[in-house]
Design a protein around this ligand. Sequence first.
Ligand code: NI
Length: 215
Amino acid sequence: MRMSVEQALNQRGSVAIYPARVATGEQPGRMANRAIFQPRRRSINFRTMALLNILNYPDKRLHKVAKPVEKVDDRIRKLVADMAETMYAAPGVGLAATQVDVHERVIVIDVSDTHEELRAFINPEIIWSSDERKIHEEGCLSVPGIYDNVERAEKVRVRALNEKGETYELDCDGLLAVCIQHEMDHLMGKVFVEYLSPLKQTRIKSKMKKLAHAM
Ligand code: NI
């Protein structure tokens, strides 16, 4: 996902991270609060990264449905590192593997200004979403120059694996909630413009085709 200037100025998602404890029946407690102001340091090795090519809408490969990752190994860690570099270089706040033509359930997100809150979401699932919905302006690295409003759940709780293969859960709101829902759509083969009217989608397609010819 790409942020518009307005989003960059106005919207900060707050983050609570804690290990998965749902199975034990424990409720997330103070631990969640403690982690809010302690963004994880990058544990991803950035030395051997490569920039990946981002597919542009309306490329048909953006509509492929990603498969679950079977094992979080060095191949996946390399993918995560390369996706992170590609996202930061774009610049963007989120990237799904689908967008770099890898059809496995891997997402990277960093909605911080400082590039210190990089997270990998491997095999992500939304395990709870709020009834309250909110409209945000979204952009996408696969649809350059296009920003439009999309309504989504205001808050979601996500369960995923990190790059070490550990399960974690994350409560997301604000921009982070928008971003995770946007990226999870990519893994299902859905691009945010598909929420817009057919007329808008036709216009965007023709704009993208002109852009592709101009490059
Ligand atoms: Ni996108």
